[in-house]
Design a binder for this molecule. Structure first.
Ligand code: C2E
Ligand code: CA
Ligand code: CA
Length: 841
């Protein structure tokens, strides 16, 4: 049982107690009156009999002529029965008055529920008893000698009757309607007093007329009627005025933009205004229901139509004046049966209309606030990832840089994903978007609370590091950010390894944000170019004059005018120093910018759609070079780098084989270097392309081995002939145990899979020796030769090293080196064995 239910239960009990008490008392009084009436001689004549009948009739009529005031589901009626009782008490013997009252009220109330009937009869019997005993006590005689002698005793008797009436009726009304008793006493006190006075005057007048000439009684009904009308008009006007005032106050209170306040106010005020026991406002469109009483809100939550009210429910739609725009419904609940008067219905319609407007206004305001907030967010954030956008980064960065007292150092890390376009092109934009969203998440988590992570567009991200203790910390933080991308991301069950390059910069002398962004960009491209994961901006390597973006537009011309050329870098046998092949490295011979490195234009080429033409041009030049060397007696294969995207082109194998045939070269003179960044190896088309190339006899090498993350899984699907250890490991092998470990395990892998392993970026003799001692047979790097033109390389071959044509470096120490070959070492398979007669077969 809830508190309110318990309270209702308690009220009920008290009400029944009160009614019971009244009924018991009244029954005793009626019993006594019956006894006295039977033993006393009245009525003795027909006139007396007529008086009694008349009296009962008057009381019945007086009771029926009422002014009704509804308080909640209880109707309070102010009636004329007291007047009739007083008149009766003045002219008839007491017992008969009591009996007439009982009979008259019973007749008037015979239609009411039994409890109301019993209470009405009982209460009026007690009122009659009060009037009668008062008059008896005051030694009342009818008719009085002096007309005005009767006013005083009548006044006292009337007062007693009225007090008994109120003392019994008001608590009953208060209990039945749930109001507080003292409050009920005060309600309309002035009107009630006026009513008392009027009824008293009517009673006195009636008696004066009776005393003078009973025939004049005919004048009483018009008098009573006019009084009644005046009084009820007054009551109605008063109630109406009060209602309008309250309605005006309520609609004023509803005039707020906060929906919560509108609803709470409306519920409490409606309960008050319509004397409802419970009020409910249901807004199904926003899935919300608010319910409450005039004192408090009892429910506020999702739409629910299990309203607890049993009794009468008066519903009204909350709609605009034109009936459109249905917002919801307002429901007034009453515990008992209630019919709203016309005036109340009109008030209710007005209230509902005001509430509808208030709700709509509040909703519109909330929507407006939401939209403007959303706009503010959208203007500064990236829709896909929810990260800040370029504009927001620039704003925040500018603000950060302009606060002179900013704690610590500010730095910017620019992060650009490599090979992202492949993902987009092959798996579709949805998958691409998902990769970007996951990258954003990773960066967000790896960043510190002070950092601002932004997406600048495409696959470019930036992190503004704030409050660094020292500039050097930036690199450490940037490492951590990039490290967050080490694990492949999962898209539809496909593991896609995301590789990224990062550039770090601290503000320049001008201290501006655009300059900071530009410096980070330069550093990032430097990282890409040099094959490092991360670079810090250095003024010395800043060649910003070459705007990489303008290069994109020049590509078609570059292809058409054959501005792309190829340099060749020899690959040598580490032990003997002899060339066993050469790698073709593309160059852009730009008319104004001069020689441009591939890292600066490759991405543009890949994005441009000119890739097939570019790849053909490079392949042609590489095969031309092979032919030239071959004719000069240096039959070496050429290694050509293949863009991952070429492998998605089913036409690619045919185009390669056609070119080999055109140059009349056996397929094993061509090695295709694949970058293992190729997460797309999961795609069937890549498998097919690689399978056809391999079946045709073309050799496959896995480039930059060790930098990717899916090396082993890739190897299991793509059967290659060769692994190329990335330069970064070779560079770091003498300082980093980890780098050395990668090299060692790559060599182990090569041995167990029977693959040639080529070390890239061999720059000095110690590296060469260390690699050889680890079991690496082949190498490539500045120690042997820098990339050069085909003819320059041919000249180098011819010249040879130490009088040995075809070699680029002296052998390692002595020929004993050959004997010290560790077990399992394989011969580099690319040079013809007969060209190296001094090596064991
Ligand atoms: P890569 O395949 O790893 O090529 C090796 C890069 O290392 C070349 O840079 C080369 O000049 C450089 N290098 C060689 N030895 C040394 C050394 O001892 N020390 C140092 N510091 N660097 C050395 P390059 O020519 O700038 O090429 C960069 C990358 O561009 C290549 O990396 C390759 O991935 C790509 N690339 C070059 N040509 C082509 C091409 O024709 N097609 C495609 N798809 N990619 C190409
Ligand atoms: Ca390569
Ligand atoms: Ca490489």
């Amino acid at each position: 049982m809830t508190l309110s239910q318990r309270r209702a239960h308690e009220t009920d009990r008290r009400l029944r107690l009160l009614v019971g008490l009244v009924v018991v008392l009244a029954t005793a009084v009626v019993g006594g009156a019956l006894h006295l009436a039977v033993t006393s001689p009245f009525p003795t004549s027909a006139t007396d009999g007529a008086t009694v009948v008349m009296l009962a009739f008057l009381i019945a009529v007086g009771t029926r002529v009422t002014i009704r005031i509804r308080i909640r589901s209880t109707n309070q009626s102010i009636s004329w029965n007291e007047t009739a009782i007083i008149v009766g008490a003045a002219i008839a013997p007491g017992p008969w008055v009591v009996l007439c009252t009982a009979v008259g009220i019973a007749i008037a109330f015979h239609r009411l529920p039994r409890i109301k009937l019993a209470f009405g009869v009982g209460k009026n019997v007690l009122v009659a008893l009060g009037a009668v005993t008062t008059l008896t006590a005051l030694d009342w005689r009818w008719p009085p000698e002096q007309a005005f002698d009767m006013v005083a005793p009548l006044a006292v008797a009337y007062l007693v009757a009225a007090v008994i009436d109120d003392v019994l009726a008001i608590p009953a009304i208060a209990l039945a309607s749930g109001n507080k008793i003292p409050r009920q006493f005060r309600t309309n006190l002035d009107l009630r007093l006026a009513g008392f006075a009027a009824r008293f005057v009517v009673a006195v007048c009636t008696l004066l007329i009776l005393r003078a000439d009973p025939r004049l009684l005919l004048a009483v009904p018009p008098l009573v009627l006019s009084l009644h009308l005046a009084y009820s008009a007054r009551v109605r006007a008063r109630t109406e005025q009060q209602t309008w005032q309250r309605l005006a106050r309520t609609t004023d209170a509803l005039n707020v933009v906060d929906l919560d306040r509108v609803l709470t106010t409306a519920v409490v005020q409606a309960a008050e205004l319509f004397s409802a026991d419970e009020v409910e406002i249901a807004l199904p469109t926003v899935d919300r229901t608010v319910r409450g009483t005039n004192a408090s809100i009892t429910y506020d939550g999702p739409h629910d139509d299990t309203a607890a009210t049993t009794g009468t429910v008066v519903p009204i739609a909350l709609e605009g004046h034109d009936g459109t725009d249905d917002v919801g419904a307002l429901r007034l609940g009453f515990h008992g049966p209630v019919r709203l008067s016309e005036r109340e219905q009109y008030t209710l319609r007005t209230f509902a209309s005001a509430l509808c407007t208030a709700v709509r206004n509040a909703q519109a305001y909330a929507e407006l606030a939401r939209v403007s907030e959303e706009h503010a967010h959208a203007a500064s954030h990236d829709a896909l990832t929810g990260l800040a956008n370029r504009r927001h980064l620039l704003e925040q960065g500018t603000r950060q840089l302009s606060t002179r007292h900013a704690d610590g150092v500010t730095a910017l890390v620019l992060i650009d994903l490599n090979h992202f376009k492949e993902v987009n092109d092959t798996l579709g934009h949805t998958a691409g978007d998902r990769v970007l969203a996951q990258v954003a998440d990773r960066l967000r988590h790896a960043a510190r609370p002070d950092d601002l992570v932004a997406r600048l567009g495409g696959d470019e991200f930036a992190v503004l590091l704030r409050g660094l203790p020292a500039p050097a910390v930036a690199a450490h933080r940037a490492e951590r950010l990039l490290g967050a991308l080490d694990e492949p991301v999962d898209v539809d069950g496909m593991r896609i390894s995301v590789e990224a390059s990062g550039g770090i910069a601290v503000p320049g002398p001008d201290g501006g944000m655009p300059e900071l962004l530009r410096r980070a960009d330069v550093a990032m491209y430097q990282a890409k170019r040099s094959g490092q994961r991360l670079c810090t901006y250095a003024t010395t390597s800043d060649t910003a004059d070459l705007a990489r973006l303008t290069l994109g537009g020049e590509l078609p011309r570059a292809v058409a005018d054959q501005e792309f050329t190829v340099n060749f870098q020899p690959i040598v046998d580490l032990a003997t120093g002899e060339a066993i092949g050469a790698e073709a490295l593309a160059r852009w011979h730009h008319p104004t910018h001069g020689m441009i490195d591939p890292m600066r234009f490759l991405e543009a080429v890949e994005r441009s759609g000119l890739l097939p033409a570019f790849a053909d041009a490079i392949l042609d030049q590489a095969l031309l070079a092979v032919t030239a060397w071959r004719e000069a007696g240096f039959d070496l294969p050429v290694a050509v780098n293949v863009s991952p995207r070429s492998l998605l082109d089913p036409q690619f194998p045919r185009s390669v084989l056609t070119r080999l045939r055109a140059h009349d070269l056996p397929p094993d003179r061509l090695i295709l270097e694949l970058t293992e960044t190729l997460t797309l190896s999961q795609l069937d088309v890549v498998d097919q392309v690689l399978g056809r190339l391999r079946d045709a006899g073309i050799q496959l090498a896995l480039d930059d081995f060790g930098t990717g993350y899916s090396s082993l899984s890739l190897l299991s699907r793509v059967p290659v002939h060769e692994l190329k250890i990335d330069r970064s490991f070779v560079t770091a092998m003498d300082t980093s145990a980890e780098a050395a470990a990668v090299i060692r395990s790559t060599l182990d892998l090569g041995r167990s899979l029977d693959l040639t392993v080529v070390a890239e970026g061999v720059e000095n003799e110690p590296q060469r020796r260390a690699l050889w001692e680890l079991g690496c047979t082949a190498g490539q790097g500045h120690l042997f030769a820098r990339p050069m033109s085909s003819s320059a390389l041919l000249a180098t071959f011819r010249r040879g090293s130490g009088g040995r044509p075809g070699s680029l470096a002296p052998p390692l120490h002595d020929s004993g080196a050959v004997i010290r070959l560790p077990g399992g070492r394989r011969q580099p398979g690319r040079a013809r064995p007969d060209r190296h007669p001094h090596l064991p077969a």
